[in-house]
Design a protein around this ligand. Structure first.
Ligand code: ZN
Ligand code: ZN
Length: 215
């Protein structure tokens, strides 16, 4: 799995060498700071949720992407980093990207309001088709790349799939007893002496109706 990655990094290094030679020849003075940043981004050529696919050879490559949920705009319901294990299959006509997303959510239990921290995972696949004309597509998870493009940004996809991973029912445990409606104590932790009255009476509407006729 790592063979592809090594090959791609080597491509990146060749790329850096040709560019640093370019800097020396054309500027005379080497801009060290600029070059350091350039080398870093080129060497890893996957920066946050951006994949510079032009640095990858055709074939299968596996790599890891990570970005803080804050940067992704997901800090309200999540904490830490969003991590994505990517498997990229690049061919002359398309790129198929398979991503396994892991995020950590912070929510509160719908019944007892206790804090919940849960590890959530989601998987998504996106096909990017190289095309000279940009098509509008209704097909979900199919995108087009023009010859001018050189990067894929999966930021929005990560955002979307992190939100989709959130459960509909947010419970600390399936049988959470919730809070007492009278005194508010957490019934999972202690019991109270409040009398829960059963007010629901199926005959109540009929009794009211009877009352109305009698008046
Ligand atoms: Zn609960
Ligand atoms: Zn109570």
């Amino acid at each position: 799995m790592n063979i592809g990655k090594t090959a791609a990094i080597n491509d990146g290094i060749n790329d850096i060498n040709s560019h640093s030679a370019f800097f020396i020849q054309n500027k005379g003075i080497l801009d060290y700071k600029g070059l350091a940043v350039y080398i870093l981004t080129q060497f890893f050529h996957v920066l946050q949720m951006i994949i510079k696919y032009t640095n990858f050879s055709d074939g299968i490559h596996s790599f890891h992407l990570s970005e803080s949920v804050k940067n992704l705009g997901l800090e309200e319901l999540f904490f830490g980093n969003a991590d994505v294990e990517c498997r990229m299959d690049k061919s002359p006509h398309q790129i198929v990207l398979n991503c396994d997303l892991t995020v950590h959510s912070k929510m509160i239990c719908d019944r007892c309001a206790k804090d919940l921290e849960t590890k959530l995972t989601n998987h998504f696949q996106i096909s990017y088709i190289f095309s000279r004309d940009l098509h509008e597509t209704d097909e979900y998870n199919v995108k087009y790349l023009s010859p001018e493009d050189d990067k894929i940004n999966i930021r929005n996809d990560v955002y979307e799939y992190a939100e989709l991973a959130l459960p509909m029912k947010r419970l600390c445990k399936d049988d959470c007893k919730g809070l007492c409606p009278h005194c508010g104590i957490n019934l999972n932790e202690e019991q109270c002496n409040c009398k829960i009255e059963i007010t629901h009476d199926v005959w109540e509407p009929l009794k009211q109706l009877k009352g109305k006729f009698n008046n």
